[in-house]
Design a protein around this ligand. Structure first.
Ligand code: ADP
Length: 337
């Protein structure tokens, strides 16, 4: 194999650039060329190719986002799109494709695998950490750091004014960022999709009223996962304000969680996975994700990464439920969708 292609697809995540660097440098050591395609799967179909040289890799690992750009390209679900991508890859004499992305991107990689003879490898790149078969994903710990820092800042003003805040964090349909940010930010409460039963408005309002009656000078921060409450935290804050008679503030953290320089952990993970992906390709592997479990690099069939659910760590759930002042949920942990 003389040429590898690489794309970043779906939601961008801090660390993707460090991963691209590791792929390019490792491939170069084995006399393999690397061609990037910009904008994910759309870039393959439209042949938006960008040859990547080791010399281009200076000063990229530090940067958030992705130098290859990304996109959402639902058309790739069509067989004709996968065949068109296969034809472009063949025109360039590419023997293997590395897809850095989340579960949608891995579905795309698996789809392409059915219509292309080359090798396909996935590297988990998503801040949501919602891929089974790997303990963590590129960008997750940086996003948690960013959320924690934002929570710390809200804490200072909330404490000065004894306010209640509902802080919305990302995660798509999983509570990994919510749980980790709640623990790191010492949140009084946490609402994540994996908890059962999901508390009703009246439960949350009652706990806030009781807590404020006992400790009126304290702040109360509740971390809420996106896509959990109908209408988001703005709506929840409005409903709670009515139900408690206390003004409840909403703070959706939004896309700041996606951007920023990757932390050391994400850079190291990205480079470890990028290097291992090239080694695996040289060994002939295809149709797998390169992930990490308990510090060891693992190879997991792509299908298993998006068809299986990934649960929150029950020990961390218990930690937060044990420490938080506002307990609205039982300890039953459901696996995330
Ligand atoms: P993420 O990879 O971060 O989960 P998306 O869910 O948006 O992001 O998926 C990224 C891209 O992967 C989509 O825009 C599309 O091009 C491709 N994709 C997603 N699901 C499929 C599928 N079932 N078949 C083929 N391609 C898919």
């Amino acid at each position: 194999m003389k040429k590898i292609a690489v794309i970043t697809s779906g939601g961008d995540a801090p660390g993707m650039n460090a991963c691209i660097r590791a792929i390019v440098l490792t491939a170069n050591q084995h006399d393999v060329e690397v061609i990037g395609f910009r904008h994910g799967f759309r870039g393959i179909v439209e042949d938006l190719n960008l040859p990547l040289h080791p010399n281009d890799m200076r000063l990229v690992s530090q940067r958030g986002g992705t130098i290859l750009l990304s996109s959402r390209y639902p058309e790739f679900k069509q067989v004709s799109a996968a065949k068109a991508a296969a034809a472009v890859l063949d025109q360039h004499n590419i023997g293997a494709l590395v897809v850095i992305g989340g579960d949608g991107s891995f579905r795309g990689a698996h789809h392409l695998d059915q219509y292309w003879d080359g090798q396909v490898i996935g590297i988990p790149g998503t801040i949501d950490n919602d891929l089974a078969g790997t303990d963590t994903t590129i960008g997750f710990t940086t996003a948690v750091d960013t959320a924690m820092e934002a929570i710390d800042r809200i804490r200072e003003t909330a404490e000065a004014m004894a306010r209640v805040f509902l802080i919305e964090v990302m995660g798509r349909h999983a509570g990994f960022i919510g749980l980790h940010a709640a623990i790191a930010g010492s949140a009084e409460g946490m609402l994540v999709p994996e908890l059962e039963p999901q508390p009703k408005l009246a439960d949350i309002a009652d706990r806030i009223k009781q807590a404020r009656a006992a400790f009126p000078d304290s702040s109360y921060l509740i971390v809420v996962s996106e896509n959990l409450w109908p209408g988001g935290v703005e709506n929840l804050a409005r409903e709670l304000t009515q139900a408690t008679g206390t003004t409840c503030h909403s703070a959706p953290l939004g896309h700041i969680q996606r951007g920023g320089r990757p932390n050391a952990e994400d850079r190291i993970l990205s480079m470890q996975l990028g290097q291992a992906a090239v080694h695996a390709l040289l060994d002939g592997l295809s149709g797998h994700m390169i992930g990490v479990e308990q510090g060891h690099v693992v190879q997991v069939p792509l299908r298993l990464t998006f068809e299986r659910d990934k649960p929150l760590d029950p020990r961390l759930v218990d930690l937060q439920l044990g420490l938080q002042q506002l307990n609205f949920a039982s300890k039953v942990v459901k696996e995330s969708a």
